[in-house]
Design a binder for this molecule. Structure first.
Ligand code: ATP
Ligand code: MG
Length: 333
């Protein structure tokens, strides 16, 4: 097997002071080949954003990580600050979940978009402005020329998200970390913008880690999906397979709870019971307290293990699959 573009292995993260150290991520492993797309899906608080931030070393104060993060063969945690800046400027771009927190409110959209091109790549100001204008048009923003002279507060949340996507792709990165890049958009526009992102990304050969709580949207955009729960990956599989035959009861529950497309706007996917944070999890399966199939042995630690072309963190996966097949259902649904 060739070396992946991004390889995350056994990534764990804790945060807080010595007395109140909390676990945020547990043994997260991901693999993404050049030009491919991986969706990271899970309920709020499951650790999706922290995973992306750990990759780029954009961590909150007091965070500590363990494990391996390799990009194109280089260990990112071992890079010097200058080397990391170079990676962030040229190789890995991130679209943050909250765009307003990541733009300077007193600078224009044009300055925001052109700054990196001028400073990092030595592009002349006029050409940088042309590229920025073209980038805004590419992501479907109306009146791109006027936008360049506007300030962030003059744009809606959805417009600002498009600006962030344009900014991320202007650097022609090899990897895009897109953290809920379309949440401020309505459902129809979300699909449109993701189709645009996918088209641009394919043209550039950029790989993408797409973070969302929307399993259906992720399945439409991504080659593979990884489902997170309480700071760990509970299932990973090719996207179509994960949606048609989920192997982990949590994935199955997410799918069963998914609202129809028409109702998607009004209601987010919910699963019975409250999701727990990673630091609340005991030593056994973290989903067991909410799982309709939980039994005694689910109280012991569960490893993410291969099952056909998937990987699943559930000791009952085969049994549940067989039982479902006997009832004429797909997998554990
Ligand atoms: N700065 C921080 N300090 C301490 N804990 C944090 C910090 N940011 C996030 N957390 C905690 O880390 C856990 C994972 O958070 P994360 O933001 O990665 O979740 P998420 O899956 O991205 O959720 P959402 O879908 O709401 O964006 C949560 O329990 C959250 O409360
Ligand atoms: Mg998040």
């Amino acid at each position: 097997m060739s070396e992946p573009l991004l390889e995350v292995r056994d990534l764990s993260m804790t945060i807080g002071g010595r007395r109140r150290r909390r676990t945020i991520l547990r043994d997260v492993s991901l693999r993404l080949d050049a030009g491919r797309t991986l969706g990271l899906v899970g309920e709020s608080g499951s650790g999706k954003s922290m995973t992306a931030r750990s990759i780029l070393r954009l961590l909150p104060a007091g965070a500590r990580t363990e494990g391996t993060v390799r990009f194109d063969g280089a260990s990112l945690p071992d890079l010097s600050p200058a080397q990391l800046r170079r990676v962030r400027a040229h190789e890995i771009a991130m679209v943050f979940q909250d765009p307003r927190a990541h733009v300077n409110p007193v600078r224009t959209i044009g300055d925001f978009l052109t700054e990196a091109l001028v400073l990092n790549d030595g592009v002349a100001a006029a050409e940088a402005r042309d590229r920025a204008r073209a980038g805004l048009a590419d992501v479907g923003l109306s009146e791109p020329d006027r936008r360049l002279d506007q300030h962030p507060h003059e744009l809606s949340g959805g417009m600002l998200q498009r600006v962030m996507i344009a900014a991320a792709l202007l650097a022609r990165p090899r990897l895009l970390l897109a953290d809920e890049p379309t949440t401020a958009l309505d459902v129809t526009t979300q699909s449109e913008v993701m189709a645009i992102v996918d088209e641009l990304r394919r043209e550039l050969g950029t790989a993408m880690l797409f973070i969302t709580h929307d399993l259906e949207l992720a399945a439409a955009v991504c080659d593979e999906l990884a489902v997170m729960y309480a700071g760990e990956i509970v299932e990973r599989a090719p996207a179509a397979q994960l949606v048609s035959s989920p192997r982990h009861p949590y994935t199955a529950a997410l799918l069963a709870a998914r609202p129809s497309v028409e109702r998607r706007r009004a209601r987010m996917a919910t699963v019975g019971g409250r999701p727990i944070a990673a630091y609340e999890a005991g030593s056994g399966c973290s989903f067991a307290p909410r799982c309709p199939h939980a039994e005694e042995r689910c109280r012991t630690a569960q490893a993410l293990r291969p099952l056909g072309t998937a990987e699943v963190r559930c000791c009952r996966a085969e049994e549940l699959e067989t039982a479902a097949a006997e009832r004429g259902e797909e997998a554990v649904r």
